[in-house]
Design a protein around this ligand. Structure first.
Ligand SMILES: *[C@@H]1O[C@H](CO)[C@@H](O)[C@H](O)[C@H]1NC(C)=O
Ligand SMILES: *[C@@H]1O[C@H](CO)[C@@H](O)[C@H](O)[C@H]1NC(C)=O
Ligand SMILES: *[C@@H]1O[C@H](CO)[C@@H](O)[C@H](O)[C@H]1NC(C)=O
Ligand SMILES: *[C@@H]1O[C@H](CO)[C@@H](O)[C@H](O)[C@H]1NC(C)=O
Ligand SMILES: *[C@@H]1O[C@H](CO)[C@@H](O)[C@H](O)[C@H]1NC(C)=O
Length: 241
C-alpha cells in the first residue's frame, strides 16, 4: 500500500483439522446467526461463536476462535466493549449492508460501521475466511483490495498470520494491539503494541503514554536489536513501506 508501512508475520505452522461444520461460512442479508450457532471457516481452521469467558457467567461475547486447536482464548471479538448480559444475541447483515450484533431487545450493541458500500446493484456477503479474517465483500468480487470491511483492520489482543500492524502515514489510520482487562472483561486495558513511525519505525509497547518496551528500529532488513524476531522456524516478519 502506498504511503503506508506495515509489519506482518507469515506463519508456516501447519494446522491439521478434522471435519465438523455447523453453518456455512458466509452470511447473506436474509440470514442470521443466533446465540447457539457456530460459523466455521472454509478450511475449518477458525470458528465464530458466542461465548462467556472463563469464570464470568454474566458477560457474553461473539468471537472468533481456533476451531480445533485451543478453546482457551478467542483471537478476535466483536462486542469487546459491550458484552451481552443474557443468552440472547443475533448477528446479521442489516439493510445498510453492515454486520450488526443485536441484543435480546434488538438494540445494536456492535456494528462493522462501514460506509464503503456504494454498489447497490451488487450483493454483499459476510464471510469468515480461513485466515481468521471476518470480511464483508461483494459476492462477485473476492479481491482483498475490494473488501468493504475486514476484522484484520481492527486487531485486538492477538496477532495472527496475515495480519498487519502499523500506520498509514497519509490517513494516520493505525492498527495497534491492545490487551484486554482480564480473562472475564475483554474491554481494553491501557497496554498498546504499535509501530512508532517516528525516525526508523519500531515496534513498541506503551502503557498509556509511557513506553514500556520496544523491539528496536527496523533497519531495512530486520529489527536491529531483536534477533528472536528475525529468524524463526514458525514465523517470519515482513515490513512494507
Ligand atoms: C437456538 O436458539 C433459537 C432461538 O433462541 C431456538 O429457537 C433454537 O431452538 C435453538 N436451537 C438449539 C439447537 O438449541
Ligand atoms: C475446553 O475443552 C476442554 C476439553 O475438551 C473442556 O473440558 C472445557 O470445558 C472447554 N472449555 C471451554 C471454555 O469451552
Ligand atoms: C440492549 O441494549 C440496550 C441499549 O444498551 C439496553 O437498554 C437493553 O436493556 C439491552 N437489552 C438486553 C436484553 O440486554
Ligand atoms: C495506536 O497507538 C498510537 C500510539 O499510542 C496512537 O497514536 C494511535 O492513535 C493508536 N491507534 C489506534 C487506532 O488506537
Ligand atoms: C477462575 O476460577 C478458578 C477456580 O476458581 C481460579 O483458580 C482462577 O484464578 C479464576 N480465573 C480468573 C481469571 O478469575
Amino acid at each position: 500500500m502506498e504511503g503506508a508501512f506495515f509489519l506482518a508475520f507469515l506463519c508456516t505452522l501447519q494446522i491439521f483439522l478434522s471435519k465438523c461444520s455447523v453453518l456455512t461460512n458466509t452470511l447473506s442479508q436474509s440470514q442470521l446467526i443466533l446465540n447457539n450457532q457456530t460459523v466455521v471457516s472454509t478450511g475449518e481452521s477458525f470458528k465464530l461463536s458466542f461465548f462467556s469467558p472463563s469464570n464470568s457467567s454474566r458477560n457474553r461475547y461473539l468471537g472468533i476462535w481456533f476451531n480445533k486447536i485451543s478453546n482457551r482464548t478467542a483471537v478476535w471479538v466483536t462486542n469487546r466493549n459491550h458484552p451481552l448480559t443474557d443468552s440472547s444475541g443475533i448477528l446479521k447483515l442489516n439493510e445498510n449492508w453492515n454486520l450488526v450484533l443485536l441484543n435480546g431487545t434488538n438494540s445494536v450493541i456492535w456494528s462493522s460501521s462501514s460506509s464503503k458500500h456504494t454498489k447497490a446493484d451488487d450483493s454483499v456477503i459476510a464471510q469468515l475466511l480461513d485466515s481468521d479474517n471476518l470480511v464483508l465483500r461483494y459476492e462477485s468480487n473476492n479481491d482483498p483490495e475490494n473488501y468493504i470491511w475486514q476484522s484484520f483492520n481492527y486487531p485486538l489482543h492477538s496477532f495472527l498470520p496475515g495480519m498487519k500492524l502499523g500506520c498509514n502515514l497519509e490517513t494516520r489510520f493505525s492498527r495497534n494491539l491492545t490487551s484486554w482487562k482480564n480473562d472475564n472483561d475483554l474491554s481494553p486495558r491501557d497496554f498498546t503494541g504499535w509501530i512508532d513511525p517516528h525516525g526508523f519505525p519500531q515496534l513498541v509497547v506503551n502503557q498509556g503514554s509511557i513506553r514500556v518496551d520496544r523491539a528496536s528500529p527496523w533497519n531495512g532488513v530486520r529489527f536491529s536489536g531483536s534477533p528472536e524476531l528475525n529468524s524463526h522456524s514458525v514465523f517470519k516478519p515482513f515490513f512494507h513501506f
